[in-house]
Design a protein around this ligand. Sequence first.
Ligand code: E4P
Length: 231
Amino acid sequence: IAVYADGASVDGMLEARDKWDVAGFTTNPSLMKKAGITDYVQFAKDALAAVNGLPLSFEVFSDDFEVMEEEAKKLAKLGDNVFVKIPITNSKGESSIPLIEKLSKSGVQINITAILTIEQVASVVKVLQQGTHNIISVFAGRIADTGIDPIPLMKQAVALTTQTPEAELLWASCREVLNIFQAQEIGVDIITVTNAVLKKLSMVGKDPKQLSLETVQGFHNDVEALGFSIL
Ligand code: E4P
């Protein structure tokens, strides 16, 4: 599986590149807001300089399909490694499929985002043009947030996308390190992971007995820091 870094701080991207050797990067408007971005094009240029040619996804901002198309073309021109994120609908719930088809025909590399159903995956793979390279982002973690196991849906998505060389399947909204192994096991192509979860990769393979001891030591240190006793 290819592990991408999910975030919109250029420092965070540099950290992900150098510490965890990630294979690509994803951003979205909420991550940009969190990172305090105030100038999209400047951010995009800084991010592109940081990622050394690795795949990097930037999302359109508009809610209007004609404007989205212009934004997509502008973002795509910034680099051959840019994937333009198009949400599966606009905020009114109107389908982006006609725009996705149009952009795919004009050769823009797309990352279709905010997908949460298998019908959405099926509608996208139908319109992607042969010979193009695109990403389909299924928000597995947001499905898990509703109390539903995302694995059955992700397996169906794997089946659809392996039949479609134009599409790589991406597990979005990774919540924990376990998701990386789950995604790998069922044949997902890419998982995008925040630096907070990437930091926990150092825990992989850790002896549980040692982890138990470190947990107790953590409590003990905090008791000392609190500086008072029960009795
Ligand atoms: C990545 O491409 C997605 O935008 C991101 O993983 C979404 O994460 P969230 O559902 O935690 O906001």
